[in-house]
Design a protein around this ligand. Sequence first.
Ligand code: HEC
Length: 119
Amino acid sequence: MHKRLMMITFLAAAALGICLIIFNLPEKQSPGNVNNSQTATSSANASPAATTYKSNCVACHGTDLQGKIGPNLTQIGAKLSKEQIYAKIMKGGGGMPSFEGRLSADETASLAKWLSDKT
Ligand code: HEC
């Protein structure tokens, strides 16, 4: 008696699970696709480095590199080389967090290049 109840419950749960998978997948995919195309268009005029900056550095260095908790970076290229900026992002220090493992080497390199052009 008990076993049969459990079997029925199990089958009902499995059926529900399958329904959820079947009906949810296409739904989940379409907003994802919409989002992707939106980000692609909205960031079309912003460089990938600027986007990386916006999502990782703005809180401390300000929306326009003007500085906040961290120093002003508007002319950082005059002070530090691309390599030094790369090292600073990777290693952090002096109140700046390390981005090693959070940003890829490629992202860090293009961000360092972008910042070293700010003179
Ligand atoms: C939690 C706050 C914080 C975040 C987030 C942060 N920084 Fe910093 N950053 C600092 C602080 C504080 C310093 C000053 C460190 C020092 O004097 O050594 C600094 C220093 C720097 C310097 C050297 C500036 C100089 O004049 O020597 C660079 C370049 C830099 N940050 C780039 C970045 C980039 C690029 C990002 C995003 C990937 C970032 N920072 C994210 C706080 C932050």
